[in-house]
Design a protein around this ligand. Structure first.
Ligand SMILES: C[S@@+](CC[C@H](N)C(=O)[O-])C[C@H]1O[C@@H](n2cnc3c(N)ncnc32)[C@H](O)[C@@H]1O
Length: 279
């Protein structure tokens, strides 16, 4: 498979991650995707768009909810994600699913094409999330639902481990300060959605516990998703020391059996086009 994504782009990062993304035996993306679909209230016969579908953590439960009378289109900018997820869908005999390369920043579909647009852990990766949300509002039919998940809180041990890894970056590549976050809290989310022409109907939190056999398993998981952006920038000769420091930072998450348990909380926001909500 060719990888034509620009070096350093999100698409390139996820292209490399695709073969192992959500395939390391860690309970994380799967249950979070299922919860997003549950809150979006997908019904049999619905037409659904899942932007940034990755390996299908949202797409497969959505396809189960629509059933064969509905349709789910998954899109991703990373061709490997698209190819592998399409193969999984075909293997599962899901004739109501198709998977395409498309940009979640500006999805290429006619207005009012979908009963629901789903975006699992992706909008904060986009260059202009508000503009993207505005385009999702246009894709929804009247009474259609947008459901978006974003991070609410990481486990303190995870944050400490990320800081420990970042301390090993070359001085000229220090982690940039986090950008202004339009999904930082419920007030910001409400304002972001309103500015995109959407009315929030629900913002709920969902907490998940993820278990790892040991630090090696945690490191394998980190390479399988966006965590690889940080790991990949640690110079090779510092990687062992960086991982050892991360292991110490993860001590607070140790379980009696020698494993690790990390708790992550996401927010799930459900919104409707403002006009259909008023009407
Ligand atoms: C954190 S993963 C989430 C995947 C999936 N929704 C899930 O819940 O597991 C983010 C996904 O968004 C994709 N992505 C990033 N930027 C994108 C863009 N501009 N357009 C489409 N997909 C994008 C990545 O390739 C990756 O598959």
């Amino acid at each position: 498979m060719t990888n034509s994504a620009p070096p350093g782009s999100a698409a390139e990062l996820f292209e490399r991650a695709a073969p192992t993304y959500d395939r390391t035996g860690v309970s994380f993306f799967g249950p979070l995707g299922a919860e997003l679909v549950r809150r979006a209230d997908i019904r049999p016969g619905d037409r659904v768009l899942d932007v940034g579908c990755g390996r299908g953590a949202v797409l497969f439960p959505a396809a189960e909810a629509t059933g064969p009378t509905g349709h789910v289109t998954g899109t991703d900018l990373a061709p490997a994600m698209v190819t592998l997820t399409a193969e999984d869908a075909a293997r599962a005999g899901l004739t109501q699913v198709d998977v395409l390369v498309d940009d979640a920043q500006r999805p290429d579909f006619p207005p009012r094409s979908f009963d629901a647009v789903l975006a699992g852990l992706v909008v904060f990766l986009l260059p202009d999330p508000q503009q993207a949300l505005r385009s999702y509002a246009r894709l929804l039919r009247p009474a259609g639902r947008l459901a978006v998940s974003t991070f609410a809180a990481q486990d303190p041990a995870f944050d400490a481990a990320m800081a420990a890894l970042a301390a090993h970056l070359p001085a000229d590549q220090a982690r940039p300060a986090p950008p202004d976050d339009p999904f930082a809290d419920e007030t910001r989310i409400g304002a972001t959605m309103a500015a995109a022409g959407l009315t929030v109907t629900e913002i709920g939190k969902h907490r998940i516990e993820s278990r790892f056999r040991d630090v090696g398993h945690w490191t394998e998981w980190m390479w399988s998703h966006a965590g690889r952006a940080l790991l990949g920038r640690v110079p090779a000769e510092r990687l062992d020391a960086a991982t050892a420091d991360a292991a110490r930072a993860l001590d607070g998450a140790r379980t009696p059996d020698g494993g690790l348990c990390l708790r992550t909380t996401i927010r799930i926001t459900v919104a409707m086009p403002a006009t259909s909500h008023q009407g």
